[in-house]
Write a protein that binds this ligand. Sequence first.
Ligand SMILES: *Cc1c(COP(=O)(O)O)cnc(C)c1O
Length: 423
Amino acid sequence: MKRPFIDKEQAEEIIKTYPTPFHIYDEKGIRENARALRQAFSWNDGYKEYFAVKATPNPTILKILHEEGCGLDCSSMAELELASRCGITGENIMFSSNVTPPAEFTRCRDLGGIINLDDITHIEMCREALGGTLPEVMSCRFNPGGVFTLGDSAEGFQVMDNPGDAKYGMTESQIIEAYRTLSSYGVKRLGIHAFLASNTLSNDYYPALAKILFRLVVKIRKETGIKLSFVNLSGGVGIAYKPEDTANDIAVIGAKVREVYNEVLTPEGMDDIAIYTELGRFMLAPYGHLVKTATNEKHTYKEYIGVDACAADLMRPAMYGAYHHITVLGKEEAPCDHVYDVTGCLCENNDKFAVDRRLPAIDRGDILVIHDTGAHGYSMGYNYNGRLRSAELLLGEDGSVKLIRRRETLDDYFATLDGFWDT
Ligand SMILES: *Cc1c(COP(=O)(O)O)cnc(C)c1O
């Protein structure tokens, strides 16, 4: 059973100051999880998590994670700027972008961040953008192609994704050539990065990816004499969105990556290579809720509950049909003997937080919690239908509630039409 980190009384108290809908994040959960991750990889001296900013680009959250030892994985000018304004710079920035404009290479270099090149043609583009000199530390993104699978059984694959169809990363022969070129341009420390599967629910994803990358690290040294300094396992460790899902165990994942490290890298005398991760979802998703109020009901060919949030606040269900668990506050123990579509207000029939979901009887005025919205939730928000994005709140470790981003207003909506009304 999935339990929200706030109960009905707390929610009612919060709503007096901050009406629904809003996203709320659990500082205690975020910190404890970040510490568990760090502990899991503490066997590796250079280990660092670069939180994927796109998952939850809120400065208060980024600062909390930085306090827990995390750097930031940025992928755009705005995310680099956010890092800079949070005072998080230098090698605390990993810049993993693709189809990168020259100005972003320059900004990353100026902040002292690590540029992770998505393509071999980016070497010359980047060099040109930076006035002919590359930074001392750089990384390259690898794509092994084909189909990546894990855990073949009668029920099918535990994990399956399609790197061969993904726009990211270089082929093996390209990446080997890229390291030769970068080295000849004077880059001193080099790393490798790959992201092969998303939202994996398996303790074996990182170890399997690590094995592919560690073996390639050995091959690169044999063929070029270049010894890489870090291996970036990127994102992709998933979370248990459904109550019946088994959550990943980060301690087990860390220990299994260590086994592979000892098996592949240590015998080659490369036991000083740092491990980096760039987790987003795993770091934040379970520690965010979208809280909303049931405002409407409708009984036609189906039973509908309308709520005061919509896909503009959380796009995953509309975009991917993603499951997000729903708790009706105060009815945690009530039998789930009703079947509803829980819908937002957009003029799009896919604006449904749940379809044919078994839930307790819902009355207008009930407060609903949508679980696991801490990552790729607020950040994927948009303004379709002129809907304004909700506020973001932080539930502090001491139980206090703080506004960490106000809700949008109509003035925000019209801000880009500056000057139009004057003519
Ligand atoms: C999105 C992304 C991540 C984070 O992915 P999660 O699935 O949220 O862990 C990490 N690195 C890169 C380059 C990404 O694009």
